[in-house]
Design a protein around this ligand. Structure first.
Ligand code: NAP
Length: 512
């Protein structure tokens, strides 16, 4: 069986022992083994800091952008192979696998383009210069320079290609080397993506490392100039933030955690027509894409009470008709959950929701001989029901709960405690204004669905131009958002002194 090697210290190294077995979640067939046992993690971090860091900092933004373009090209060249791995290792349908792999390529290209726009500078000049005293000679200017540490990226299992690429794009463009740790369950795809980038020699030595297998004490080895960007469960995020070295050295930590994303059907949308149809289409796609294993997937549906029964019946019909099975079968529209542990966790979540709500569709395994499957599942709740579990527990699978509302839905949405995205389906400007004002502080992104926005990818797609993250239970982090993403990897420093000297120093950031 294939042993997945890590790329650390500039070479491919296998961990000791058997490690963890990876499976095809549709067939339960063992695929590979991943272990990080015996790898010298401190040396891996030092290699990135001391080799990759100086190499990246010597390049300007445009040159770093060219690296990202090369990474995108390497992935594009192996696209079919990567899609096939997504189907085999992650239980993705081909369309789900494209979402991950093409998303990785598109995000790298978006940041490559940003690099070209930022041009010949090596750091960012932040805002205008400021006269600090009565004399114009006393001058101040903020600049943002790359940190001299390593960016450790710990990713979740659901986007092995995109997770690796989107975090790396921002860090590399900012001028920081990266050590990326994919989630073990789906590390085959991330590891192959790394292999093709190494084979194509698109990266400077030490700029990007990959650790496959258990994280061991990796986060505990981080120092003051390092940063840690984590995507995964809120529990792990909490543990990482509380590490003594993280607290002692003020290691910068960005957490992208779970989220109880809501979709709200506006009172004006009715229960027929283009807007209502868009709502149904986007809810079904969101609940079933990647078998609901998306941090941005819709978990809560808020529907005006007078339309709740129609929406319930329409959704139950659409979800019930969707073919679930092995993604190698072309008719299949939804694959399995990633592994046995995820299926067990989702089943437990379904039981919790079932204790308060009424099961309308799904809730059980479809009649398939093997694999970690769950049918698309819909719960409904009575108007005004407390529905504590719905607002407290993220069921990370194809499961959604319908909550009828009679008054302002914003306080119900806010019960989720902070989310990545909330989608609104309405054309009523006054209602939108009131609802956005009510929910905006609780979210990283608000999606306003409109049937005339052609080719909209829906609320579940994270775009490189817009921030991704959210307050509260969503982790409080922020990724992407174009140039904003670079801030996490840069130190903002105020220069103050004689105006010509300060202006001269700042000019090095943006020559020409
Ligand atoms: P998880 O158990 O927290 O694992 C996430 C990552 O953390 C994996 O790479 C895992 O490695 C690693 N990890 C686990 N324990 C660790 C520790 N003590 N120290 C360092 N690393 C550790 O989360 P998950 O269950 O795989 O992911 C699902 C969750 O991720 C969901 O709640 C989902 O909402 C969230 N998510 C959020 C976003 C977002 O952008 N906000 C995106 C995707 C997913 P191993 O795999 O080797 O254990």
């Amino acid at each position: 069986m294939q042993h997945l090697a890590s790329f650390v210290g500039g070479c491919w190294l296998e961990g000791r022992g058997a490690g963890t077995q990876l499976h095809n979640p549709a067939t339960e067939e063992p695929l590979a083994l991943a272990s990080s046992e015996g790898l010298d993690l401190a040396a891996a971090l030092d290699y990135a800091r001391n080799t990759g860091g100086p190499a990246l900092r010597s390049l300007c933004f445009a040159e770093r952008g060219t690296i990202l373009k090369g990474m995108a090209g390497a992935l594009q060249g192996a696209r079919d192979e990567l899609l096939e791995l997504g189907m085999r290792n992650c239980g993705n349908t081909r369309s789900d696998a494209k979402f991950d792999v093409d998303g990785a390529i598109a995000t790298l290209l978006a940041y490559a383009e940003l690099g070209a726009q930022l041009g010949a500078g090596r750091f960012l000049v932040d805002g205008e210069g400021i006269q600090l005293g009565r004399s114009p000679r006393f001058h101040g200017q903020h600049v943002c320079v790359p940190r001299h540490g390593v960016a450790v990226h710990i990713n979740a299992f659901n986007f092995p290609a995109w997770g690796l690429a989107e975090k790396a794009a921002a860090a590399l463009l900012a001028g920081m080397p990266v050590l990326s740790k994919p989630a073990t369950a789906t590390a085959m795809l991330a590891q192959r993506a790394m292999q093709v980038m190494v084979e194509k020699k698109v990266l400077p030595d030490g700029a990007l490392s990959l650790l496959v297998g258990a994280p061991r004490d990796l986060p505990a080895l981080l120092c003051a100039q390092d940063v840690l960007a984590f995507t995964g469960s809120g529990d792990t995020g909490e543990r990482l933030r509380a590490l003594p070295n993280v607290i002692r050295h003020s290691v910068r930590v960005n957490v992208e955690a779970d989220s109880l994303n809501a979709a709200v059907l506006g009172p004006d949308a009715g229960a027929s027509g283009d807007l209502y149809e868009l709502f149904l289409k986007e809810v079904v796609r969101d609940v079933t894409q990647k078998a609901g294993q998306k941090c941005t997937a819709i978990r809560r549906l808020l529907v005006p009470a007078e339309h709740a029964a129609t929406a319930r019946d329409d959704l139950a019909g659409l979800l019930g008709n969707l073919k679930v099975g092995n993604p190698s079968d072309e008719d299949v529209r939804m694959g399995p959950l990633t592994n046995a542990a995820q299926l067990a966790d989702v089943r437990e979540g379904v039981e919790h929701l079932g204790a308060e709500g009424r099961l309308v569709a799904g809730g059980s395994k479809p009649p398939l001989p093997k694999g970690y499957f769950l049918s698309p599942t819909l719960f409904e709740f009575a108007p005004g029901a407390k529905a504590d579990a719905v607002h407290a527990r993220e069921v990370f699978g194809p499961v959604v709960s319908l909550l009828p509302y009679t008054e302002n839905p914003a306080p119900i949405v806010a019960k989720g405690g902070g989310g990545l995205v909330c989608s609104l389906y309405s054309e009523d400007a006054a209602w939108l204004e009131e609802t956005v004002a009510g929910i905006a502080p609780f979210h990283g992104r608000i999606y306003i669905g409109h049937p005339k926005v052609e080719l909209s990818p829906g609320p579940g797609t994270v775009l490189p131009q817009l921030v991704h993250g959210g307050p509260g239970r969503a982790g409080g982090g922020e990724e992407l958002g174009g140039k904003r993403a670079l801030a996490f990897y840069l130190q903002r420093v105020a220069l103050q002194g004689s105006r010509p000297l300060v202006q001269g120093l700042a000019k090095a950031g943006t020559p020409g």
